[in-house]
Design a protein around this ligand. Structure first.
Ligand code: G1P
Length: 299
């Protein structure tokens, strides 16, 4: 059975692009409207069928663990004052049948290393990796009724293969992504023939960029152990997947949904606007404000 129950969230990054806010608030806790960034990825994993969430954190990220913990005092207060809607909202952060496990990555040695830290919890079964920076919006689920990871899990299950989310990017941006080579095939999903981390536009094998969603066979752990530091001196997940290609089927999938790069400031702002426009109570005032702001002469 290629059943994906476990989802890994590498959240040990320093978030330097959001300094000074990230001096004390982890990047994953920055809000998009009223929910922290991490909640969107968590909801996507749960919708995809995952019931065990593995957070790979560092020693500065207590806020992430606190957020998923039970808030006794707050719950008691809300219960006493009859604020049932708010109570449900904070309890819904994690459904009762989903468990959160925290493992630490003592040293920032790269994404591949972060995924390796989850091995004791994941064990010998296929699993998902979600990079919360990549926020994927699909207007409360696409035509299949599945979020991006859910769509990938369905393909992985059907084809018994690993599946990597990809998106076409302008050629000048290949240096910011893992890039897959599908030998010019236009099928979706398509079998991956090669994969390279952040290639220069001139040598990139294509413009199909990996975005932060992966469904991986557990064989990846063995390969990660053998992976030497690559781009930037870090242990790259891309390099281990490139090795996996020689042994197992790995497919690239262009998901349905719009991705916001919330690892960048502009992406965070765009996501905030998009999600605000999606809230029934905010859409009107936010649209009115945007129209007014855009009508003002540029400074
Ligand atoms: C990581 C991966 C890269 C992938 C990207 C997606 O890079 O190493 O292959 O394309 O996430 O967001 P990072 O953005 O963490 O440097």
């Amino acid at each position: 059975m290629f059943k994906v129950r476990k989802a890994v969230f590498p959240v040990a990054g320093l978030g330097t692009r959001f300094l000074p806010a990230t001096k004390t608030v982890p990047k994953e806790m920055l809000p998009i409207v009223d929910r922290p960034l991490i909640q969107y990825a968590v909801d996507e994993a749960i919708e995809a069928g995952c019931d065990t969430l593995v957070f790979v954190t560092n020693r500065y990220k207590h806020a992430v663990a606190d957020y998923f913990d039970k808030a006794y005092e707050l719950e008691q207060k809300l219960e006493k004052s009859g604020k049932t809607e708010l109570l449900a909202m904070i309890r819904d952060v994690l459904p009762a049948d989903v468990r959160a496990v925290f493992v630490t990555q003592a040293e920032a040695l790269g994404l591949g290393h972060a995924v390796m830290c989850a091995e004791p919890v994941v064990g010998n079964e296929p699993f998902a990796v979600l990079l919360p920076d990549d926020l994927i919006w699909n207007n409360r689920l696409g035509s299949t009724g599945r979020g991006a990871l859910g769509q990938m899990v369905d393909i992985a299950h059907r084809d018994r293969s690993s599946v990597i989310a990809v998106q076409d990017v302008p050629r000048e941006q290949t240096g910011s992504y893992g890039i897959v080579d599908v030998n010019g095939v236009t099928d979706n999903p398509a079998d991956i023939r090669g994969m390279v981390e952040k290639p220069h536009p001139e040598v990139a094998p294509s413009t199909r960029a990996v975005v932060g969603r992966y469904v991986l066979s557990p064989r990846i752990f063995e390969l990660l152990h053998q992976t030497r530091p690559g781009k930037g001196g870090e242990i790259q997940l891309t390099d281990a997947i490139a090795a996996l290609l020689g042994e197992e089927r790995v497919q690239a999938y262009e998901f349905e949904g719009r991705r916001f790069d919330c690892g960048s400031r502009v992406g965070l702002v765009e996501a905030t606007i998009q999600f605000a426009l999606d809230h029934d109570d905010l859409a009107g005032p936010v649209r009115a404000y945007l129209e007014q702001a855009l009508a003002e002469p540029r400074r």
